[in-house]
Design a protein around this ligand. Structure first.
Ligand SMILES: NC(=O)c1ccc[n+]([C@@H]2O[C@H](COP(=O)([O-])OP(=O)(O)OC[C@H]3O[C@@H](n4cnc5c(N)ncnc54)[C@H](OP(=O)(O)O)[C@@H]3O)[C@@H](O)[C@H]2O)c1
Length: 251
């Protein structure tokens, strides 16, 4: 992916990883369009960075997909990079009385269907405008799950599989399909405490490493993975899955 002069559309761009990437891409000389549900944050970002455009969008709303497609055609005809990044995470205890599938349903809506809807709206433009890049944010937990986040990890495993199929189906087009698989990063994904959790990677460090990998094309197998996550990524192949799983899910 080139460093500048891209037209970039990002979902989940109002906070955390999406916002940090949106701001860094804007500062590098790209045209950036950001979405999220929190209008006040979109306004704040546009005020702070003239030229950055915001659009209020709830990826859970299927009716928004054709509207998004029309908006992209009208406002970003040169679109060549999409980051489907909006996501939510919730712990679930399926052994508890009263557990319901409500949280899992919400996760499937946002983390899975939300990405598919963005693909539906944006792929026609990317295919037309190539060379282009379609990225979606999965997680290092796509490869080995944390059992206290069952639907969340499974939603990211879905994306890991789905992106491989998308990459294959687009192989005749100049559209690169990349999977962004962050480790545990200091954002408010699971609440305010995560943003200052010393066990999590500082957001600026993560974004700097991702930008470097994208700019030098260090994306083997279409995956944007930090070196520290390679043992988890390849645990099954390396015969270490059981020990990695046990370390992540103590009895
Ligand atoms: N931080 C980590 O440790 C980590 C690790 C692995 C993967 N990830 C993934 O990274 C992505 C970004 O998460 P983050 O850590 O940066 O957390 P975050 O700060 O909570 O960001 C989540 C973003 O998604 C947006 N969003 C959530 N539901 C939405 C909906 N229904 N419609 C539209 N936008 C929605 C939020 O915006 P609004 O609230 O304004 O809608 C926000 O901009 C997620 O896919 C997450 O699963 C994060």
């Amino acid at each position: 992916m080139q460093r500048s002069n891209n037209t970039i559309f990002i979902t989940g761009g109002t906070s955390g990883i999406g916002r940090a990437l949106a701001e860094a891409w804007h500062d590098r000389g790209n045209r950036v369009l950001v979405t999220g549900r929190r209008q006040a944050l979109l306004d704040q970002m546009a005020d702070q960075r003239p030229g950055l455009r915001g659009l209020a969008l709830d990826v859970d709303d299927p009716a928004a997909t054709p509207q998004l497609a029309a908006w992209l055609h009208a406002n970003a005809p040169a679109l060549n990079v999409v980051l489907a990044n909006a996501g939510i995470s919730r712990a679930e205890d399926m052994a508890a009385d009263g557990w319901t599938a409500e949280d899992a349903t919400a996760i499937v809506q946002t983390n899975i269907l939300g990405v598919l809807r963005v693909a539906q709206a944006a792929l026609p433009l990317l295919r037309r405008n190539g060379p282009a890049t379609f990225l979606a944010t999965s997680s290092a937990l796509a490869f080995v799950p944390r059992a206290d986040f069952p639907a969340y990890c499974a939603s990211k495993a879905f994306l890991h599989s789905w992106l491989q199929s998308l990459r294959h189906q687009l192989r005749a087009f100049p559209v690169e399909v990349l999977e962004l698989s962050p480790p545990y990063v200091q954002t408010e994904l699971t609440g305010a405490r995560q943003a200052s959790d010393p066990r999590a990677l500082p957001l600026a460090d993560y974004v700097q490493q991702v930008l470097h990998k994208l700019e030098v094309g260090d994306t083997p197998h279409g995956e944007v993975l930090l070196d520290r996550d390679l043992p988890r990524r390849w645990a099954e192949r390396d015969g270490t899955y059981a020990s990695v799983y046990a370390a992540m899910n103590p009895a």
